[in-house]
Design a protein around this ligand. Structure first.
Ligand code: PMP
Ligand code: GLU
Length: 400
């Protein structure tokens, strides 16, 4: 028999890129396993352990036999806890059929895009964006419309930019505040201006990815478009989860709340794809949302201290320029001038490789976030690691 080569991979999947954030974390872990002393500033996950009372709820769930399938959209207890969270923290009211629990907020967003996009529909994505949005849009048959912002513009889109990006094919915009990778958060007045434009385009849905809302230290209370514009609620989907706030990345629980018909469509997809998220993780998430919120305070304090230290340390590095964020746990400096000084390095991707090889510091290049010329450093790691990383980068740059 002839050994014919058959290509089994679909044309669509060939166009999808693997997640760059995950790739960098894996590479750093591999190098460490091979004995290299790599400092990983790639991973976007809290370095804290999941609080004890949350773990206890999981042990109890196992002991009590909560080890079976649950309802596809989540246990009634968790859905009630999520409804309570929205009411208490965001002043938003949802009924149980407006909430869907999924295997992480990433899964929630991917369900959402699959539920609302027709082939060729446009997804408006402000850049810098979280690496996964454009590829998730592509997987769901959509087309990304990237709205670029710069450091000088505080990495936030204006109402004029939003309006210019809307076309007859626009289906949904994804806002992420506080932002991964910039740490910037929209102020009330800025959301007000964006909301005024959204009101004019009833075909446009709004997804707001609020996964970093608890890691926020801005000078005004965090607000949301749904409270500012109740008229938008029938086309807004709120994405959130326990990963970042409660240091629960591995538990894989995220959730979405929004209009009944959209949530129902998302639930249908989930029923044919993954069924319910892990029953034990759901029980733990009930404890996270309903339990004392005191555990959030020390984590947020540590992130803020590291942020303050890291931003000023980065601004001392030759060729680095970094603005402060109001939340999340990332610094996103512009490094174009540093790149210009290094022989054989001409962009942020090569610069990140150069840092890994020379300084043994893992960072994520800005290009996969839609922002060439930048790199992302996660400060979800100890102060010691951050100080060592900056010293190493400084000494490598001094030799260029
Ligand atoms: N949105 C943003 C902006 C993120 O940074 C992440 C972290 N990976 C997620 C969503 C998804 O988080 P998870 O799937 O762990 O809930
Ligand atoms: N959101 C995190 C990050 O940006 C975790 C990895 C991922 O899911 O992309 O690094």
């Amino acid at each position: 028999m002839t050994d014919l080569h058959v290509d089994f991979v679909s044309e669509l999947i060939k166009k999808v890129k693997p997640s760059a954030t995950i790739a960098v974390s894996m590479k750093a872990a591999e190098l460490r396993a091979a004995g290299k002393d790599v400092i990983g500033l790639g991973a976007g996950e809290p370095d804290f352990d999941t609080p004890e009372h949350i773990k206890q709820a999981a042990y109890d769930a196992i002991k009590n036999g909560q080890t079976k399938y649950t309802a596809v959209d989540g246990t009634p207890e968790l859905k009630q806890a999520i409804i309570g969270k929205f009411k208490r923290e965001n002043n938003l009211n949802f009924a149980a059929n407006q909430v869907l629990v999924s295997c992480g907020a990433k899964h929630s967003i991917s369900n959402l895009l699959a539920a609302v996009l027709n082939p060729g529909d446009e997804v408006i994505i402000p850049a810098p964006y979280w690496v996964s949005y454009p590829d998730m849009a592509l997987l769901a048959g959509g087309k990304s419309v990237i709205v670029t912002t710069t450091q000088e513009e505080d990495f936030k889109i204006t109402s004029e930019q939003l309006e210019a990006s809307i076309s007859d094919k626009s289906r949904i915009i994804i806002l992420n505040t506080p932002s991964n990778p910039t740490g910037k958060a929209y102020r009330k007045a800025e959301l007000q201006a964006l909301g005024e434009v959204m009101l004019k385009y009833p075909q446009l849905m709004i997804a707001t990815d609020d996964i970093y809302e608890h890691i926020y230290w801005g000078d005004e209370d965090i607000t949301n478009l749904g409270v500012l514009f109740p008229e938008l609620m029938n086309r807004m989907v709120f994405i959130n989860g326990v990963s970042k706030a409660y240091a629960m990345t591995g538990w894989r629980i995220g959730y979405a709340a929004g209009p009944v018909e959209v949530i129902t469509a998302m639930r249908k997809i989930q029923s044919q794809a993954t069924s319910n998220p892990c029953s034990i993780s759901q029980a733990a998430s009930v404890a996270a949302l309903n339990g004392s919120q005191e555990c959030l305070i020390p984590m947020k304090k540590a992130f803020k201290e590291r942020h303050d230290w890291l931003i000023s340390a980065l601004n001392e590095l030759p060729g680095f320029s970094c603005i402060k964020g109001e939340g999340a746990f990332y610094a996103f400096p512009n490094v174009e001038q540093a790149i210009a000084k290094i022989d054989g390095v001409s962009n942020d991707v090569e610069f990140s490789t150069w840092l890994l090889e020379n300084a043994e510091v893992a960072v994520v290049p800005g290009t996969p976030f839609g922002a060439p010329g930048h790199v992302r450093l996660s400060f979800a790691t100890s102060m010691d690691n951050l100080q060592k990383a900056v010293e190493r980068i400084a000494s490598c740059l001094a030799k260029t």
